[in-house]
Write a protein that binds this ligand. Sequence first.
Ligand SMILES: [Zn+2]
Ligand SMILES: [Zn+2]
Ligand SMILES: [Zn+2]
Length: 405
Amino acid sequence: MTDFDLHIHGKYSGGVSPEMKIPVIAEEASKKGLDIVGTGDILNPKWLHHVKEETEQRDGYLERDGVRFVPTTEVEDEDRIHHLIIFPDLEAVEEAYRDFQKLSDDIRREGRPRIKACGEKIVEIAKKHDCLIGPCHAFTPYTAIYGHKDSLKECYGEQTGKLDFLELGLSADSGMASKISDHDDLIFLSNSDAHSPWPHRLGREFNRAELESESFEGLKKLFNGDSGSMELNVGLDPREGKYHCSACNSCHQKYSLEEAKGFDWSCQECSGTIKKGVKDRIEELSDREPGYGVDYLHLPPLAKIIQLTVGHSSPTTKTVQRKWESFNEKFGEEASILIDEEIDNLSKVDEEVAESIRKFREDEIVMIPGGGGEYGERILPENREEKQNIIEENRPEIKCRYRHE
Ligand SMILES: [Zn+2]
Ligand SMILES: [Zn+2]
Ligand SMILES: [Zn+2]
């Protein structure tokens, strides 16, 4: 099995940790259990130079300390829609750079360059250089395809059939995305979009697949359906996202789609505007019931689970870090701790954390969804009875409805 995360950003991008450099990413990726990581930002000349210096070029991938990298970048098109491009090798990067450079003012300094072209043209260029391409975090409201367009075709035109995948993003999962039949031919990816290398960021979402080879070629064959198989998407619960429900931008009061339309998107509690949630956006675009076969495992990173268990405000406190390290020392890769290791074994390191992992695996948590720019909240009930009580108390919130007094 191969675990991979194909969307990250390097240290030269805005808002990115200076620790996002190849040796640190490789070290953290192997702790996390990622076998393949996208380099991110590979069209940026400084980052390209850094990647060349810090990795060994092999046939179909780059290598650093046992972790394989494939060259990737995110680009923004003229409609502010983001696309993810995966390159076969660094020669293809340099050739594609010449084409993209003519259409961009900021490609020399940005990690995610702005390309003055539409999605269709960008796919055309990517395909000319044998790249793989698809939309990034497809459902986020501001910089993604469904924030601006109603269908793949509206963005990609004649090139729609050439898309290789669709990245779900933190606010959607495969069940939600499969309500749109246009997506039937596409592999769904769950990537982290990490801006820092720490284990609650890098690989906070990742993919698990059977690949013929752990290389660009292996990924290409998987996306084309020629060999290999997609096994699992692992990522955050979409209800945690800031824009899951339709909700007021100021006071975060939640509304169902019908209620919001009825109130003309104006909040009944304050004078705020109701922002349409991802759930309702997908509902509008949906043309059938969910029908996707690959499992989506809703699991936050281990550091987040520990944080929630010990009741700290951040996943980077010393206690959280120490517990994370003791799991890492005993069991190695985080991916297998979260997904594969027996709970009884995990209990030997820390009973409470092991119990929390079990609750997450068996979906015994309560999720109060986010909306209107406010993140959702996870609650870990003591037992099933408490879970039921929490659900009763928060019913309108959980259902994303307006609470009438
Ligand atoms: Zn993006
Ligand atoms: Zn990104
Ligand atoms: Zn309001």
